[in-house]
Each structure stands twice: as structure tokens, then as C-alpha cells.
Design a protein around this ligand. Structure first.
Ligand code: GRG
Length: 278
């Protein structure tokens, strides 16, 4: 089964319900699957069969999708368009979208626990996933972003928001890949690589938001509507593009430095992300 088939199969294991329809609707709406790809690439780089990461890759994509569903809700960014389709609460209703997010978040941990590896490695992977997604990670970033005083005031504050809100869930697959490959001692360094990728990815998102239409991106630009400070509004488009490229280069340098790791393929993927158009 390819990754799309795995995701669809796993979500259909849950009870037949409107919430399952909503989870499946958002999960299978055509995301770029960057986080799963990062996990598979770390396993491959360490010479491990990527199939070992199937359940964690699915879990991370479920958590990512939950975060998008909840972020789009009227109480948060109030967006109508996601992955080129009506957002979950527009397609279904608000209560169903809240439950779909809750369902994806919870089911993700059952999914991760199915991993057929040494139990202590699976447990450490689950701990990392929880830490990166929860109130020490992505949820903290979202909280910083929502608060006037801790939100996007200047570049340092913006970097902090992105480190948690975006970086943590991009670090998780890298760190979990290292753990499942038996390189637990490298998780802190992979976290640093993920932070760099996260910041680069977010600056790139700001550049794309400033230069492309909602139709081209398949999502609405709520930062502009909500008058949020972004890297482009702070430093201008040319400087933002320069910063983004520098950050991707720093991430690639960091990845080249890992011992016993064949970095060519992951760096190729990183170059692909750097040249993305949505
Ligand atoms: C609701 C707890 C909670 C957190 C929400 C993910 C998030 C935090 C907010 C979404 C808005 C945003 C700009 C997040 C930054 C991360 C980001 C750029 C997400 C989009 O990721 P892609 O481009 O999306 O990988 P696809 O659709 O391709 O999977």
C-alpha cells in the first residue's frame, strides 16, 4: 500500500459515523505529506526499512490535519478554504469539525502504538510526538500566536511563534525517525534541524501568501485579513526570500553533519520543499 492507501485504510478502521466522514474528508484532501516524507527519509538515511515508520507517519499526518481543522474554526482563524476545498466546519458543521479534530488527535496515538518495533523505542516516539504536538510544542505556539503580548511583535517574537507552532511538528518526524533507527542520542540535534526547516518553511509560507492567490494556494490568507505581522510585512519580500534560502541552507548543513547518516536523499527532498509553489 502507498501512504495515501495506508492513511485511508487506517481511518476506515474507526466507527462508521459523521465524524469519521469528516476526519476522512480532511485527511484525504490532498495535503503535501511533508511530515511523513521527512520521517521516511530519516529512516532511509540511517539504512532502515521506511515501512517501520508507517504508523508514526500516519499519526503525525493525523495530528497535522487536526491542527489545520481546529485552526480554521471560527473561534481561531475562521477560514473557508483548506487544501483547495471547503474547510471541515464549512463542509460539515462546527461541532463535527471540533470532534473530527479531537478524533484525529486521539486516534493518532493508537496509530503510533501499533508500530512493530522495540517497545521502549515506540514509547519514546510517542513521548516525542506528544511533546512536539501539545502544550510544550505546537499548542504552545498557537497560544503564543493568539495572545497580543506574546504574539507577532517583532522578528524575535515571530521566530518564537514559528519555532513552536510550525517547527515542532516538522521536528517530530525527524526526531522519531532517529529514535526508531536506534539513534536516540541525536534527537536534540534533529530537533534543531527541524527548527531551521520550520522557520524556513514558515517564511516561505509568508512569501507565497504575499505572491500567490488563494486559488493557487488552495487556502485563504487569514494573516492578511487578521492584519498579522509576518516575515514579509517585517522585512519586505526580497529580504524574506533571502532569509528563507539562508535558513534552508543552514538546515542542509546541519543534516550533512549527522554521523552514520546518508543525507543525499533528504537534502534532495529539502530542495524540493524549498522550490514548492503552494
Ligand atoms: C489548533 C493546536 C492548534 C494548532 C494550529 C498548524 C497550525 C497550528 C495552524 C495552521 C496555520 C499555520 C500557518 C500553521 C503553520 C504550519 C503550516 C505552514 C501548516 C501548513 O502545512 P502544509 O503546508 O499543509 O504542510 P498541507 O495542507 O500541505 O498538509
Amino acid at each position: 500500500m502507498n501512504f495515501e492507501e495506508i492513511l485511508q485504510h487506517e481511518i476506515r478502521e474507526t466507527q462508521d459515523s459523521t465524524v469519521r466522514d469528516a476526519m476522512e474528508y480532511s485527511l484525504m484532501a490532498g495535503g503535501k505529506r511533508i511530515r511523513p516524507v521527512l520521517l521516511y527519509e530519516v529512516l532511509k538515511g540511517y539504512g532502515i526499512d521506511p515501512a517501520l515508520g508507517d504508523h508514526f507517519a500516519s499519526a503525525i499526518e493525523m495530528i497535522h490535519t487536526y491542527s489545520l481543522i481546529h485552526d480554521d474554526l471560527p473561534a481561531m482563524d475562521n477560514d473557508d478554504l483548506r487544501r483547495g476545498k471547503p474547510t471541515c466546519h464549512k463542509q460539515f458543521d462546527e461541532a463535527t469539525a471540533i470532534l473530527a479534530g479531537d478524533g484525529l488527535l486521539t486516534y493518532a496515538f493508537e496509530e503510533a502504538a501499533k508500530t512493530n518495533a522495540e517497545p521502549s523505542l515506540v514509547l519514546e516516539g510517542i513521548r516525542i510526538l506528544s511533546q512536539m504536538a501539545g502544550p510544550e510544542g505546537m499548542v504552545y505556539g498557537q497560544c503564543l500566536d493568539m495572545a497580543e503580548e506574546t504574539g507577532r511583535t517583532d522578528w524575535d517574537a515571530l521566530k518564537k511563534v514559528h519555532k513552536y507552532k510550525t517547527g515542532c511538528l516538522l521536528s517530530a518526524p525527524l526526531m522519531i525517525g532517529a529514535v526508531l533507527s536506534g539513534h536516540r542520542e541525536e534527537t536534540a540535534a534533529w530537533h534543531e534541524a527541524g527548527d531551521l526547516i520550520g522557520l524556513a518553511f514558515q517564511v516561505q509560507d509568508d512569501v507565497l501568501d504575499a505572491t500567490k492567490t488563494a486559488d493557487e494556494l488552495g487556502k485563504s490568507n487569514s494573516d492578511e485579513r487578521n492584519e498579522k505581522v509576518t516575515s514579509v510585512s517585517l522585512m519586505g519580500i526580497d529580504e524574506a526570500v533571502k532569509t528563507m534560502n539562508e535558513l534552508y541552507d543552514l538546515a542542509a548543513d546541519k543534516i550533512r553533519g549527522f554521523r552514520d547518516f546518508s543525507s543525499v536523499s533528504l537534502i534532495g527532498v529539502l530542495k524540493g520543499i524549498q522550490s514548492r509553489s503552494k
